[in-house]
Design a binder for this molecule. Sequence first.
Ligand SMILES: [Zn+2]
Length: 147
Amino acid sequence: MIENNETFEASRNRCLYQRQYRIKNKERIQKQQREYYIKNKSKINKLRKEYYIKHREHELSRQKVYNKTTAGVKAMRLANWRRSGLIDLDIDQLYDEFLAATNCDKCDVLLTTDQTTTKTTKVLDHDHESGCFRAVLCNSCNVKDRS
Ligand SMILES: [Zn+2]
């Protein structure tokens, strides 16, 4: 931090001095910090907690916005696929194929991609034993396939 009227040289010297001071007095500073913490424990913990809550909400809202972006939707979908056991060498290409598919590979019904799951919702079918991708199906065919 350069204060008013302070030359660059003076500022740098002050920094170096502070750094050396900290190195030289490391233990003493740590002891002071520990004592300060013990004395102000409840206050510090309260501030930490407040910061955490604020930070957490910020993170959650950031995540919410990201989840609505193209990249966010893709990341969520790929995570779901992997969790369900899908193994594919080129999952990015598979995702593109999935996005491009308009009709069910089995019954040819027009696929939908709404938030709520219906009979025509687009789903990725994979072999549960090998983990390999099989087809892009409507939800109805996928369920029938399983039984
Ligand atoms: Zn179908």
